[in-house]
Design a protein around this ligand. Structure first.
Ligand code: KG4
Ligand code: ZN
Length: 339
């Protein structure tokens, strides 16, 4: 079975073709980063307009390159995300589904992220603990099986990717700041400034990053006033990164212990962070699984594989599903388990 995956929930237009026999056989991605960079963040209306321009030609290109005239099913991101942006893939999926007489699978964006490591040769087996770290989410999820999710902890304020982006902005780095901040941090001393590790000693598994962000803001203002900001930038970036990653790892290890997890899956854009990968490998005694770097951030491949794993849920085109908010825990296992 051939599943076409479409992703337009935020600022990436992603298309991929997944063959349940052969695996991924085609994919294309268009990033809108340049369009939004001038505004310092994603502008929803601009995102929707660009998805409209890009999506159909990207689909055509992926099908042509694979030598396929139509898929057997279409999976599309139905939320959570920007509703106008989600509507682009949702609307097109419904139109193409009617034209091609093929069923649709609405996919939860975060389920796509947590299944992305399944695209790799050494795919994790269920159950596992998932650390989902993106620009919009920071979550620790106990994953018993496909569609069986218990959210152990989530952020009470900013997502960790958002904290990276906002800190990067404070340091004068271009949007999206996460990768730029990580690169700058390579040249800094991560012990230069003692920064808080929020929530690390609190009960439960929730996160909070706003206190850390405020502490960095104070440091930046102080250095600006003293005229030392140019010398301090890399050290502030490294100290922030160390505090944020220590917090993520501290919470993840605590959850892994409480769940007796042997496997941790890290997914979402911040999963591309090298310090996170290095530290988790050093501090967790079980196995850690990641998608390859390009499948950490938003992409069509994770939606196509999530759709392929949920073929039992495929439905005739009828309504466009697009939800700004959608609880991961409200998902259920597929109606009929795939073999
Ligand atoms: O998963 P994603 O592409 O989009 C959302 O669903 O949010 O994640 C994007 C986030 C951005 O906040 C970006 O700054 C962050 O992931 N990010 C990183 C790195 N690469 C991307 N944060 C820290 N270190 C990185 N290397
Ligand atoms: Zn995402």
């Amino acid at each position: 079975m051939l599943v076409l995956g479409l992703e337009t929930s935020c600022d990436e237009t992603g298309v991929a073709l997944f063959d349940t026999e052969q695996g991924l056989i085609g994919q294309a991605l268009h990033s809108q980063v340049d369009l939004h960079a001038v505004y310092g963040g994603v502008v929803p209306e601009i995102a929707s307009r660009d998805h409209i321009r890009r999506l159909l030609p990207l689909i055509q290109g992926v099908l042509d390159e694979a030598g396929v005239s139509r898929p057997d099913a279409i999976a599309y991101t139905a939320g959570p995300g920007l509703v106008g942006a989600l509507m682009v893939a949702g609307g097109l999926a419904n139109g193409l589904g009617l034209a091609w007489n093929c069923p649709l699978i609405p996919v939860h964006h975060m389920e796509g992220h947590l299944l992305a490591p399944m695209l790799e040769d050494n795919a994790p087996e269920f159950p596992f603990l998932a650390l989902l770290v993106s620009g919009g989410h920071t979550m620790l999820v106990a994953v018993a099986a496909l569609g069986s999710y218990h959210v152990l902890g989530t952020t009470l304020d900013d997502a960790v990717g958002e904290a990276f982006d906002k800190t990067a902005k404070l340091l004068g780095l271009a949007y999206p700041g996460g990768p730029a901040l990580a690169a700058l941090a390579e040249h800094g001393n991560d012990e230069a400034y003692p920064l808080p590790r929020p929530m690390l000693h609190r009960e439960g598994f929730d996160f909070s990053f706003s206190g850390l962000k405020t502490a960095v803001m104070m440091l930046v203002r102080k250095a600006e006033t003293a005229g030392t900001i140019d010398d301090a930038r890399a050290d502030i970036a490294a100290s922030f990164q160390r505090a944020a990653i220590d917090t993520l790892i501290g919470r993840a290890l605590k959850a892994a212990k409480s769940e007796q997890a042997q496997r941790i899956v890290v997914a979402g854009g911040v999963g591309a962070n090298r310090l996170l990968r290095k530290e988790l490998a050093a501090r967790f005694s079980g196995s850690v699984f990641y998608p390859r770097y390009e499948y950490c951030t938003d992409n069509g491949a994770m939606i196509a594989i999530a759709g392929a794993m949920r073929l039992a849920d495929a439905q005739k085109p009828a309504t466009i599903q697009a939800a700004a908010r959608w609880s991961l825990e409200s998902l259920a296992p597929p109606k009929v388990r795939p073999d």
